[in-house]
Design a protein around this ligand. Sequence first.
Ligand SMILES: [Cu+2]
Length: 144
Amino acid sequence: MKLFKKLIILSTFLLVSSHGFAADVTVEMLNKLDNESMVYSKKIVKINTGDTVFWKATDKGHNVEFIKNGVPEGVDKFKSKFNKDAEYKFTVPGIYAYWCTPHKTMGMIGFVVVGDDKSNIEAIKAIRFSGKSKKIAPDLINQL
Ligand SMILES: [Cu+2]
């Protein structure tokens, strides 16, 4: 019985402590998904403040770059390296818009809504997307 109690305490501790390091959501960076090419596996992610998103470099040649004026005020710019997994902990609530630097006109864009805060939606709507991204952005923004 004593051992059982210890195990319970130990496993609870492991669950709690591992949470801080694990990604809460994983998004894959892909060359192809169904009939789309150059795409994030999830275009919209909704998370709690303090959660972490992990972008997996499943296919090569992609990255994650926060779009200028497409993040809440006070958030530093973020641009991950090509071909590498990326990770970001979202500590400031609001909407974050990002794209893949080489494929930003090919529809490789994504959004993260943190803490259900959409107070910067007008700034998000004002982002100038081009090419295929311009076509798909309004529908995605409507779903935020
Ligand atoms: Cu890309």
